[in-house]
Design a protein around this ligand. Structure first.
Ligand SMILES: [Zn+2]
Length: 680
């Protein structure tokens, strides 16, 4: 557990711009920085980083927060892990106290899995360099393949012994839990007290790193000849590893990808290694499986330009072409390079240095659509039936490209190559786009959002009232939200201070100055006592939590609500606080209209801050008013029911109550009316 002082130091030291830049390419835009959001499928940069506020925020999906939140979300870490990550990045010494047994149990499974992977990585690495079998089998293999020591250690390559359970028994001996050995896929078996066996036994090991360098999985290549065993195996999917979200080599490539503004795609682990060895570092591998949209988006965050390297022999090319359509669909600019006959990226890179390799790429790089057209054209020479198929095949690919301008360039280019009318091609492309648009729009029958389950869930009390429960609830919640917003932004600001002109003697003269005669109360104090007086509770649990916590904390005069809630360990609270603190969501529509707002929202903030004495009481009154209206509606409903049952006594009683409430409502309306006249 990390002590409070260290947490504060980490929060204060971590620069949001530096932290986010490790994962997202950012461009300066005014005082802020903008990039593609890593948390949703973002095509136009909507992820904003504010160095001055030290927070980040996506204006599209709403994700964001402090550096700690960003790391938690992006790296899927716990609060504790994220703090440790940042402490390491900024060389902050972490003061920890020993965890209690209870806390150890509470540690998340994910953390335990990462810890086991860390252990396994070191274990395999040590075997490769220190164990006789590791050296004679594993290290010899890498050396024979021509890999230098620096590459072997950079990629943390390792070796797993032939023995059935060498790794698992060592790990168990060291106290790692059997459960997590199985869950990470490092070991198999273990059911009904049977012994474990090592998944990667007798293989050289390629650790798979996340963007931040943590090990999520392993790849293993078998070295002895065996027909029964797969040449390569990988860790199975688990709570921490999803194949479709990781790319081998991206951790080592991300900086180079940004620098070169392009990324090479190859198939295997050793292709990546050899290219690094040749000095080409902007390269990732799909590990032999088809690319997924998630992987492509990972790359796109660093560069939109992708060059796919193919083995020289044409055999697999046509099949591989299909995978590229997905790249187009995700908006990447795709180029293709055919390597010389008989070469794969691994073998080819080993014969080159960075300069000659890049020169070859530059000379041979072909735009994908052009490449595909040319390739198919050669295959279908003089065969009209096949030719028609070819055209539809090309059109399919072009239709996937999201950008209209790019599409029309390709249409023109392909029309030339295929020697057909451009207009015809445009028509075909549009037909396909219309069709797929229709498919995406049509909701699956019986599962439209309107008939969804969520809407039918209403609180039983609300059911009794005519006004749709959702709308009424949202009215009350809306005011609650505004109150929370004032608390988060201005909670400790004093309001209702009373000054008096007083004559103060100064030497022989008397001077008239303003003297504070009444302390007033802070925004938090005012709201709390105002609502408590009328016995009104905040209904939204999240708002209620903030409301009560703010009141508790405000006993300390150094309490800074904005800072406090922004870096709250509960990400729901901090997310909300950040939303309320970011200028984009600063003012309700009415406020913004009457106050005017400059681009940075500064002017309105200034005004708002000076008007708290008006704004804060107004919103608590609005909330009370909304409550009264809810109560009145409820009484009406009950009265009607009683009337139906010929229970006139009850009906009258209810109507009496309703009358009282309507009196209160009138008073509130008057207060609100007067406040409107102030016209802020
Ligand atoms: Zn987003």
């Amino acid at each position: 557990m990390i002590d409070k002082t260290t947490i504060d130091r980490i929060q204060d030291t971590a620069q949001i711009l530096e932290v986010v830049s490790d994962f997202v390419t950012l461009k300066k835009r005014g005082v802020n920085y903008l990039g593609l959001c890593p948390f949703h499928d973002d095509r136009t940069p909507s992820f904003s980083v504010s160095p001055s506020k030290n927070i980040c925020k996506c204006f599209s999906c709403g994700e964001g927060g402090t550096a700690v939140h960003f790391i938690m979300k992006h790296e899927q870490l716990s609060y504790y892990e994220a703090l440790k990550y940042l402490a390491k990045k900024y060389n902050i010494e972490v003061h920890e106290r020993e965890m209690t047994d209870e806390e150890k149990v509470l540690e998340s499974e994910r953390e335990s899995m990462f810890i086991i992977n860390e252990y396994a990585r070191t274990y395999f690495k040590n075997l490769l360099h220190e164990h006789p079998e590791g050296k004679s089998v594993g290290l010899t293999y890498f050396k024979e393949r021509g890999f230098r020591d620096d590459i072997i250690s950079k990629f943390e390559l390792g070796y797993s012994l032939e023995e059935r359970n060498a790794f698992s028994s060592e790990a168990l001996k060291r106290g790692y839990k059997k459960d997590f050995l199985v869950k990470t896929g490092l070991a198999g078996g273990g059911e009904n007290n049977s012994s474990l066996y090592d998944r990667f036994r007798g293989r050289v090991i390629f650790p798979v790193h996340t963007l931040s360098g943590k090990v999520v999985a392993f790849g293993g290549r078998i070295l002895r000849n065996s027909d029964k065993l797969a040449k390569y195996i990988n860790s199975p999917e688990s709570d921490i590893y999803s194949k479709s979200r990781e790319l081998y080599g991206l951790f080592f490539a991300k900086k180079a990808i940004v620098k070169a503004d392009s990324c090479f795609l190859v198939e295997g682990y050793t292709d990546v290694l050899s290219m690094h060895q040749a000095g080409i570092e902007n390269v990732v591998s799909s590990s032999g499986t088809a690319l997924t949209a998630g992987q492509i988006r990972l790359i796109r965050r660093f560069s939109p330009n992708m060059t796919v390297l193919y083995d020289g022999d044409a055999a697999g090319i046509t099949a591989a072409l299909r995978g590229i359509d997905l790249l187009l669909e995700e908006g990447l600019n795709v180029k293709v390079v055919l390597l010389p006959k008989g070469e794969d990226p691994d073998s080819f890179a080993r014969k080159q240095n960075a300069e000659s390799f890049n020169k070859y790429i530059k000379d041979k790089e072909v735009d994908f659509i052009r490449f595909k057209t040319q390739l198919l054209l050669n295959e279908t020479k003089d065969d009209p039936v096949k030719r028609a198929g070819l055209i539809s095949n090309i059109v399919q690919s072009i239709a996937l490209i999201p950008d209209g301008i790019k599409r029309s360039v390709y249409v023109k280019d392909s029309a030339n190559l295929l020697e057909i009318n451009e207009k015809l091609l445009i028509q075909e492309v549009n037909k396909i786009r219309m069709r797929s648009y229709d498919q995406k729009q049509r909701p699956i029958r019986g599962f439209s959002p309107e008939s969804g389950k969520d809407n039918s869930i209403v609180e039983s009390e609300d059911n009794a009232v005519n006004i749709p429960a959702k709308r009424r609830k949202s009215r009350i919640e809306n005011y609650e939200r505004q109150i929370i917003r004032y608390i988060v932004r201005y909670g400790m600001k004093p309001i209702f201070q009373v000054f008096e002109k007083q004559k103060i003697k100064k030497g022989k003269h008397a001077e008239e100055i303003d003297v504070l005669v009444e302390e007033g109360s802070t925004v938090i104090e005012f709201v709390h006592s105002d609502l408590e007086r009328d016995n009104i509770k905040v209904t939204n649990p999240l708002y209620e939590h903030i409301f009560e916590e703010a009141y508790r904390e405000s006993a300390n005069s150094n309490f800074e609500p904005a800072k406090y809630f922004m870096s709250h360990s509960d990400s729901n609270i901090s997310k909300l606080a950040i939303e309320m603190l970011s200028d984009r969501y600063q003012l309700s529509k009415i406020h913004a209209k009457s106050l005017g707002e400059d681009l940075e929202g500064n002017k309105s903030r200034l005004l708002e801050e000076n008007l708290l004495e008006v704004l804060v009481p107004r919103v608590t009154t609005e909330l009370k008013n909304a409550y009264i209206m809810q109560q009145i509606a409820l009484l009406m409903k009950k009265a009607k029911e009683a009337e139906k049952n010929n229970d006139f006594e009850t009906t009258l009683k209810l109507l009496e109550e309703k009358k009282k409430l309507e009196e209160i409502k009138k008073i509130l309306a008057k207060i609100l009316g007067e406040q409107v006249i102030i016209k802020y």
